[in-house]
Design a protein around this ligand. Sequence first.
Ligand code: ADP
Length: 434
Amino acid sequence: MNAVLAELLLAVLLAALAALAGWFAAGEVGAELMGFGAVAFFFLRQLWMVLRLIHWAACPLGTPTPSASGAWGAVFDALHRRGRLASAEREQATQELDRFRRAAEALPDGVMILDGHRAIEWMNLQAEACLGLKGSVDTGSRITHLLREPEFLEYLDSPDHRGVPLELHTQRNPGRTLQVQAAPFAAGRTLLLVRDITQLQKLATMRRDFVANVSHELKTPLTVTLGFVETALDALEDTPPLEIAQYLQTAIEQARRMQQLIDDLLTLSSLETDSPPPLEDPVDVAVLLMEVRQEVEALSAGRHRISLENQGPRGLLGSARELRSAFANLAVNAVRYTPEGGEIVLRWSVEGEAGGRFSVRDSGIGIAREHLPRLTERFYRVDRGRSREAGGTGLGLAIVKHVLERHQAVLLIESEPGRGSRFSAVFPPHRVQP
Ligand code: ADP
């Protein structure tokens, strides 16, 4: 304000001086001419400055303001200061937006922003992957043109979709189950959250199946046990003791089956929760093999020819308890599924670049090819009746697989129906002590 007043005063002073000089030089006419000239100069200068201001305003953001003296200098300085402030604020806003975008990119779930016409404004990489879209191509397109599943269109149209997610199967990402949740926000926009829940659903199904299987497996022997104990109790007075003893013997066998099942379940559970097997403790393989051999010989009771070949490394690094359980499970299966007179060979040998291989070969019933990939699933049996008869729980190979995984080893299965099977546990060199 002061600068404007000063400029005005200066102009008036200059005009007066010019008029005075003109009056001295050429009398009244000279004074008028010089005074008019000074006023015209003053207005032309203002016009010139306004033109410079207009030109500057049309330049790209960040162009320095024109330099000038007096009131115009003050105007340009003020504009310059405001410009600097605005660009600092802009810079800060850009940085914040960038941070927000990076955070949204880092989210494990898909995020998408739709405008008022349901066109995609922005989406993160997870959203692209889940919905089978491509940001560079599909941004700007309407989501309803890209995902045409009726349940999705209906969900977007329903006003009460807030807070309730939709389970979606889309042809753009076949075989996956997605969970989509829409949340309306500012100016008719919609925030779409997308999550791939295929794995979660699989786990939930597995858990449900597992509980159903366990209940079923326990229920059968429990019913039989109860039946025989009740019969024995009812018949106590008028039945010979030998017959009662037979009833009770059957009840005991069924109780043992339940006990075995619970033992296997506890083993599986501890394999899932225990800390990893140590790398420092060497297990004496010769002792381990002798123990396993004794166990299967007791089970076979002379019905099979059982031999042991030990040409492998001296020690295995890991958990003796877990390894004994895995080796014994493989050997016991060989006895269970090999008819009387069959042959069983337990073998410990060097594998590849100084790894180790424990194998159990039998001349038993063998397994058809289609069953092989599923054998290590919990409760999977080729022949349920035969497994039960032989005292199996359906958890043996699941335990073996777990133990081997914990020792970075793999289970290989070769089998031919009617000719026999070979189950091998192959250990990597770092688990073997030469
Ligand atoms: P189970 O307690 O029933 O033996 P496992 O998990 O140990 O359960 O084995 C799963 C299934 O694999 C068995 O029910 C059986 O059908 C098959 N199996 C395992 N080992 C052998 C084998 N040596 N010979 C033939 N079949 C086998």
